[in-house]
Design a protein around this ligand. Structure first.
Ligand SMILES: Nc1ncnc2c1ncn2[C@@H]1O[C@H](COP(=O)(O)OP(=O)(O)OP(=O)(O)O)[C@@H](O)[C@H]1O
Ligand SMILES: [Mg+2]
Length: 241
């Protein structure tokens, strides 16, 4: 695996919000085709990690690489153009816009003629989305909003899909469906980097995982080993939130 170029790499990344040191010497690599999860409690720096990938937070030192190229300090649009797309925390749909408009926004940086074709693929994955095309996104149920948020991210034809707590706020049955869909997207060849507090569920579909604690990677291993790790079980697994 190590002779391949990672889709995404962090090299000794540190970030600050003002004087507050958040990410501390974070290094990680995500290889093509992998499904990797980032676990950690509240305020450990998970969302900050995703924002750093997208250039919304700029490292105070260290580098972010996409396909082996240093992207540190580059604008978010450049990172999106390289094929990185995010399903944000709490979905963040444009609530007053229709479902169709939300999907179209996902493709706004594209100028090819296969956009309609990709929208059809989203409908195949989520027939419910097709039924609701004209509805204002803010009036959708939580589960439907999650489908549109995933659809919107896929509309940019990413090579790396970032997901921030996809199961947050969903009923248990939808959480299961949601993880099934993430697994399906990954099986179709998409590289996925997923932030989750639901460690058991995340590790059940992931290849590997990193564990973040107050901004530091304290553990990294295969999903299988992490599931069997006693320290991790005590700290995170089975935790209700
Ligand atoms: N824009 C900001 N300005 C100042 N501090 C911030 C900002 N964004 C996040 N923080 C702080 O950085 C720390 C890490 O936040 P982050 O959102 O990355 O955590 P998280 O692991 O995603 O947490 P959660 O599980 O609650 O979503 C927190 O203490 C948070 O208050
Ligand atoms: Mg977060």
């Amino acid at each position: 695996m190590n002779d391949r170029v990672p889709v995404l790499e962090f090299r000794h990344v540190h970030t600050h919000y003002g004087p507050v040191h958040i990410l501390k010497d974070v290094s990680m690599q995500i290889y093509p085709g992998e499904l990797v999860c980032l676990l950690g409690g509240n305020a450990s720096g998970k969302t900050t990690t995703l924002k750093t990938i997208l250039g919304m937070v700029v490292p105070s030192s260290g580098d972010v690489l996409v396909d082996g190229e240093v992207m540190t300090g580059r604008p978010t649009a450049d990172v999106v153009m390289r094929g990185i797309s995010m399903v944000p925390e709490n979905r963040r749909l444009f609530k007053r816009m229709t479902v169709k408009e939300n999907l179209e926004i996902g493709a706004y940086l594209r100028d090819d003629d296969e956009i309609d074709q990709d929208m059809e693929k989203v409908f195949e994955m989520f027939p419910r989305v097709k039924e609701r095309l004209g509805q204002k996104a803010g009036t959708l149920s939580g589960g439907e909003q999650q489908m549109v948020a995933v659809g919107r991210a896929l509309m940019s034809r990413p090579k790396l899909l970032l997901m921030d707590e996809p199961s947050m706020g969903l009923a248990p049955i939808l959480v299961q469906q949601n993880f099934d869909i993430i697994e399906q997207i990954n099986d179709a060849g998409m590289t996925v980097f997923m932030v989750e507090q639901n460690a058991n569920m995340a590790l059940s579909i992931a290849d590997r995982g990193y564990v973040l604690q107050t901004g530091q990677i304290v553990l990294e291993d295969t999903a299988e080993n992490l599931l069997a790790n006693e320290d991790l079980r005590r700290a995170y697994l089975g935790q209700a939130d």
